[in-house]
Ligand binder design. Structure first.
Ligand SMILES: N[C@@H](CCC[C@H](N)C(=O)O)C(=O)O
Length: 297
């Protein structure tokens, strides 16, 4: 482990990340190091960590290097690995722009969930400091068969099993407060539905094609936003509402309010899902020499 590591801090709708630029994949980031960096009291703090590596330098991304120069090696805040992070990929693209690796417009980013197309919009004409919104082609949702139940305390709900590269259980509730404090992961059944754990979204209606969610993320706890979760919620809500773009040939758009902001999700007739939202770089610095070694003792 190098003793001096440059980092940045960023967020997308308040889903926040420690960003570790490491083009040549020279930094060893075992799960305990990631958890120490994401610790909100003793570390920098974040729901997750974005390890920024050239695809050609990472064994999991080498075969995507021809399509996408950069690989988002995403880790959850507890150090576990996830297939995809929707807010993370927007913040990742914002970092690449901030560092001068890419310009506004279309880029490709390699992820464990495949290559994602990302569009970095021009900065808003009002000169907002966060830059323009970023739109990500999130791929298609998969609906694994079988009923799932999610519970919190005495209450339980049927949930829609949606896979956005990573697993989600989407439960429609009468009141977001019914999700409780979400200090622990909501139990689900059957256990076989999610052998590797699950992200659980609780959803209420806000208006026509407008919903709000709370989320408990696998590997992070309750967060202020989840991009893949918002996509899972949009498609689950569309099916509940009888809206299927593949059947009608018309794209369907949902506005998804999350505790940390708003995301706009469109499902196209070919099943491709696009997510649009903000991505902000907050700070940058250097990790104190020796701190990580001490944290890992
Ligand atoms: N916050 C993310 C999802 C991160 C991964 C998730 N916790 C998992 O383990 O699948 C997002 O914005 O999609």
């Amino acid at each position: 482990m190098s003793t001096r590591i440059a980092f940045l801090k960023g967020h997308g709708t308040e889903n926040d990340f420690v960003i570790v630029p490491d083009p040549e994949n020279a930094i060893d980031l075992p799960p305990a190091a990631v958890a120490a960096l994401c610790d909100r009291r003793a570390g920098i703090g974040g729901d997750g960590l974005l390890h920024v590596v050239r695809s050609a330098a990472h064994p999991e991304a080498r075969d995507m290097a021809g399509e996408a120069e950069w690989f988002m090696d995403y880790r959850n805040g507890d150090g576990s690995i996830a297939e995809m992070c929707g807010n993370g990929v927007r913040v990742f693209a914002r970092y690449l722009q901030h560092a001068g690796h890419v310009a506004e417009g279309d880029i490709a980013v390699a992820t464990r969930g495949g290559v994602k197309t990302v569009h970095i919009a021009k900065e808003a004409s009002d000169g907002g400091t966060a830059g323009g919104d970023i739109t990500v082609g999130m791929g298609k949702a998969v609906f694994p068969a079988g009923d799932v139940t999610v519970s919190v305390g005495e209450r339980s709900w049927p949930a829609r099993n949606v896979n956005m590269g990573n697993p989600h259980a989407v439960a429609f509730v009468d009141d977001l407060a019914h999700a409780g404090d979400l200090y622990t992961a909501p139990p689900f059944s059957p256990a076989a539905a999610y052998p590797d754990g699950v992200n659980v979204e609780f959803v209420v209606d806000r208006g026509p094609r407008h919903v709000a969610l709370r989320v408990h993320e696998r590997g992070a706890g309750e967060t202020r936003s989840c991009g893949t979760g918002a996509c899972a919620v949009a498609v689950a809500t569309a099916r509940r509402d009888g809206a299927d773009p593949a059947a009608t040939g018309t794209p369907v758009t949902y506005t998804v309010d999350v505790p940390g902001g708003t995301l706009v999700i469109t499902e196209r007739p070919d099943g491709e899902i696009e997510m649009t939202g903000p991505a902000v770089i907050v700070a940058e610095g250097v990790i104190e020499a020796g701190w990580l070694e001490n944290a890992l003792r």
